[in-house]
Design a protein around this ligand. Sequence first.
Ligand code: 13P
Length: 254
Amino acid sequence: MRRNKLVAGNWKMQGRQAGNTALVGSLLAHAAEWSGVEMWVAPPLPYLQQVGALLSGSTVSLLAQNVSHEDDGACTGEVSAGMLADCGCMAVIVGHSERRSRYGETDAQVAEKFVRAQAVGLVPVLCVGETLAERDAGQTEGVVLRQLEAVLQRAGVKSFANAVLAYEPVWAIGTGHSATPAQAQAVHVVLREHVAVVDPVTAAALRVLYGGSVKASNAAELFAMPDIDGALVGGASLDANEFAAIARAARAAQ
Ligand code: 13P
């Protein structure tokens, strides 16, 4: 089954209004280069509406980096799924490893975020990934399947028809050391096959992105793998030329 490539940029906690305007402007100058590839960018929460307006009429969609696991109400500092949808987001990252490790998000909370996002029509991008210690201990498969299974149990396999998976090995994030294409491909297959056991049709259509030190220089070899359907890009998404080059690599691999 042919899956459309998706390249998503996660700006993390970086950006200011002037820089955002310049970055989006430079990126959109390359728009003709990624036709057929889906492109999403995730600015920090305070800039969603600014960046949404800059992207208006373009082929790049607005992604949020996080969402509350609770509904509207007395939750100081939280942002609900309904608010993200109201601000023009079409998708949201849930369960990023930085949220899990630095802010103590549990598998159960991540599953709740996933459900809340879908309830308002947002596409959740569910991140899973192991630490270096877990990989060295031979626990990669167990960890990513535990993280996936928590959401499968809560949301059901059919929910993955409107979701994206992202395999982000923690040891590859922000380190400059990407997983090799073969390492990433192996985990992507584990994830897809786990879904396929219960629903082969959903599994075949499910896009599994790779994230962790994706750059223009390694994107093509990653995208050449049959189960790598795109990338979730951190640092390199802050450089328009670099990000556009990753998008070109995705287009070439379509
Ligand atoms: P880097 O591309 O900076 O390694 O970050 C990956 C990531 O965490 C994307 O969500």
